[in-house]
Design a protein around this ligand. Sequence first.
Ligand SMILES: [Zn+2]
Length: 312
Amino acid sequence: MTAEKYYQSLEAILANRSDFEIKFYKLAYRRGDYRFCRLASKGIKKNDKVILIRAGIHGDEISGPLSLLKYFNEIADYVHGLGLKLIIYPLGNPSGFEKGLRYNIDNDKGAAGNNDFLRYELGDGTLADDIKSGVKFKHWFWSSEQKLKIALAKETKLMHRLLRSDPLKQIVACLDLHQDYITPVAPAACYHYAFGNLNCYRKIISQLKKEILVWGNQVIGAGYNVLLDKTGKVKSKKLSDDAMVSDASGFIKRHDGTLPDLFWRLGAKYCVTSETTGATPMEIAMKVNLIWIKGLAELVSVSSSSRRGSTP
Ligand SMILES: [Zn+2]
């Protein structure tokens, strides 16, 4: 599917709703121009709680963008029905989506891949984009901070700019939708990255288990130091030192500088990356994403306390 075809389908759905606004921004790559889309509930007020969903930053992982299309009305009605608001970046990497590439059409992955939102300054002054389960650090920065002079892919840079205008303090949950086509010989399964006390996700995990194998106690290194072939397609790689082990419920806590890691540092309470393996049938992968979206919405709707002001 082309990016424009995706946007057409999305706009056809929105034509029947009056509760969303959609805006487009231009991405000018060497190999062509693409539009980037931001969707938001209309009229977000100062005390509204907001869920931010991003999909498709890795362009070949299409189940996220497609689940947002397939379930858009169900998601929107559910979240609005709970009195919450949505901000959605449905196609984080439109040219990669169109071409089946992890990175963009120019194959520009920036300094640290295109899901690059954060840098940690360690005790010795060095900067790290991935501190795994967490080493001590002095400060954190948005990776777009000018003085750091970090090269970012165009779609990443644009999203940094748009996020700066989003009501960041009101975002209680950030969900990033991915697929894992990299882990070798993986069965159909799901796993997830999250932070903090994971007990709050128990109900979601039990719902997931009804649909799919929840990949607990697995060594997972996908997404780190990814190898590409000449055309920009991902080559499976062997497990390396980068790998971490998921817990019994399929969770990995990894401060890897991605969008959910940024939101964790910004104080959002629920910061999750949903992953389904490439062997997972598309219908099931989309259901997994829907379970996460609705489950997080339920958590946000009853959550009163904030992490803000507490120690990270
Ligand atoms: Zn991914």
